[in-house]
Design a protein around this ligand. Structure first.
Ligand code: HEC
Length: 403
């Protein structure tokens, strides 16, 4: 109880820090990308381009050098700790939120009967394997064709989401795909982009021409990072939306929304150069609309008007047995110090208040009970489905019902 209270505080503080570092990192990356696209280009000079901007009550004048300044500036700002801090805090968050109580947050006994240790190992291995696969692809001839490269990466993430979805809880599967993408992005900074910048700086200090190889690799990797930002941000917020990770084809939902993110990002990258760039934006938004429609909840077998009527009182007896350990003002489950997401289900009236969300969580996305810790049966899910059908139609007070 007290322990879980402080665990929540720890998670809150780390999440807060993770968000701040992430904003600083992605924000700087968006800003430099914007600079690059907006530069007023010059040719045949030491300066590649410049631009004027006004912000916060002052004027700024920025120049980009074609190669490097003649002398090393005294203060050169690097942008790397934003990325490292995002990854370190993200890993800490994985541990505090998912691994600490892996039974509740990593496992889903209805998809796979594995141990907590194995689930955590699978999660961490998926990060390492993703980086290895990506890094190999970047060094292969495939990297020269953006289309083939994107297809190979998409296939990998689709496969990863599918395999993890068959081993872990839907939410854990999603967050590990997101963490794998984030790991690739940070490893790009750590292993390729920063070393290339160091080579540039040391070439300047030693008065020699820089080796162009690392610089070209760094450009490729930073382009990839740029396209990965929208998918990774979607996955980070997806844990608030069970209709995504709780969908029967959750992996497909993830793939399609990620592709939409890449298309939208592409629009922002090329909108100043190409005509009809809005077609990319339109394609991305269209994909999202199609996904929203396609993923709509389907009627659940067994829950129809001919099914046995279930009164609200009997429905609540199920909820009381399977949900109230966590969803009460003072949960008896030691892992919680207050009702998760403020959803208290400890009376028939509260069940009425939350009827639709209960139905969605138990019957549609099946994300509840969490990790099915309370061993809810299929029969009970069907009973709750039947109850909700009747509840919605307004006839839960059938004669003889114990309501
Ligand atoms: C072991 C603890 C536990 C049990 C048992 C449990 N829940 Fe939850 N529930 C949680 C947690 C934790 C969250 C928050 C998840 C999140 O932040 O995404 C949650 C979130 C929810 C939500 C809101 C988010 C969503 O998925 O829609 C609903 C509704 C819900 N639970 C309903 C239920 C019902 C109904 C039952 C019983 C059938 C149940 N829960 C059993 C822990 C539990």
């Amino acid at each position: 109880m007290i322990e879980s209270h402080f665990q929540e505080w720890l998670a809150l503080l780390i999440r807060w820090g993770h968000m701040i570092a992430g904003i600083a990192w992605i924000g700087a990356s968006f800003y430099f990308n914007w600079l690059e696209n907006q530069l007023e280009r010059r040719t045949g000079e030491d300066i590649a381009g410049d631009l004027w901007a006004v912000h916060g009550g002052g004027f700024y004048y920025l120049q980009k050098y074609a190669v490097a300044p003649p002398d090393m500036p005294r203060h050169l700002h690097w942008f790397k700790w934003e990325a490292y801090a995002t990854w370190i805090s993200g890993l800490a968050l994985l541990i505090v939120v998912y691994y600490w109580d892996a039974r509740s947050f990593m496992l889903n006994p209805s998809v796979a009967d594995i141990s907590e240790a194995l689930a955590i190992t699978i999660g961490l291995a998926s990060l390492a394997l993703s980086w290895t696969w990506y890094d190999l692809l970047c060094r292969s001839p495939l990297a020269r064709s953006p289309l083939a490269f994107s297809a190979a990466m998409l296939a990998w993430f689709g496969l990863l989401a599918f395999v993890l979805g068959g081993l872990l809880s839907g939410r854990a599967a999603y967050i590990h795909v997101g963490a794998a993408i984030g790991t690739i992005m940070v490893a790009n900074v750590f292993r390729v982009i920063i070393p290339a910048q160091k080579e540039l700086v040391s070439a300047l200090e030693q008065n020699r021409a820089p080796d162009p190889g690392p610089g070209q690799n760094a450009l490729q990797r930073s382009r990839h990072n740029n396209y990965l930002t929208l998918p990774v941000l979607f996955i980070m917020i997806s844990s608030h939306y069970p209709m995504t990770y709780g969908h029967p084809q959750a992996w497909l939902v993830l793939v399609v929304i990620s592709v939409a993110g890449v298309l939208v990002r592409h629009y922002f990258n090329i909108r100043h150069q190409a005509g009809r760039s809005w077609a990319w934006l339109l394609a991305g938004l269209l994909l999202l609309a199609v996904m929203a429609w396609w993923s709509r909840p389907q009627a659940v077998a067994g829950a129809d008007s001919v099914g046995p009527r279930v009164s609200t009182a009997s429905a609540w007896r199920i909820v009381n047995a399977r949900c109230v350990a966590c969803h009460a003002r003072e949960p008896s489950n030691a892992g919680f110090s207050s009702a998760p997401q403020g959803i208290e289900l400890d009376s028939v009236d509260m069940l009425r208040v939350h009827a639709e969300r209960v139905y969605t969580a138990v019957v549609i996305t099946r994300t509840m009970p969490l990790g099915n810790l309370t061993n809810m049966t299929e029969q009970e899910r069907t009973q709750l489905a039947n109850w909700f059908e009747g509840f919605q139609a307004g006839h839960t007070r059938e004669p003889g019902a114990d309501d």
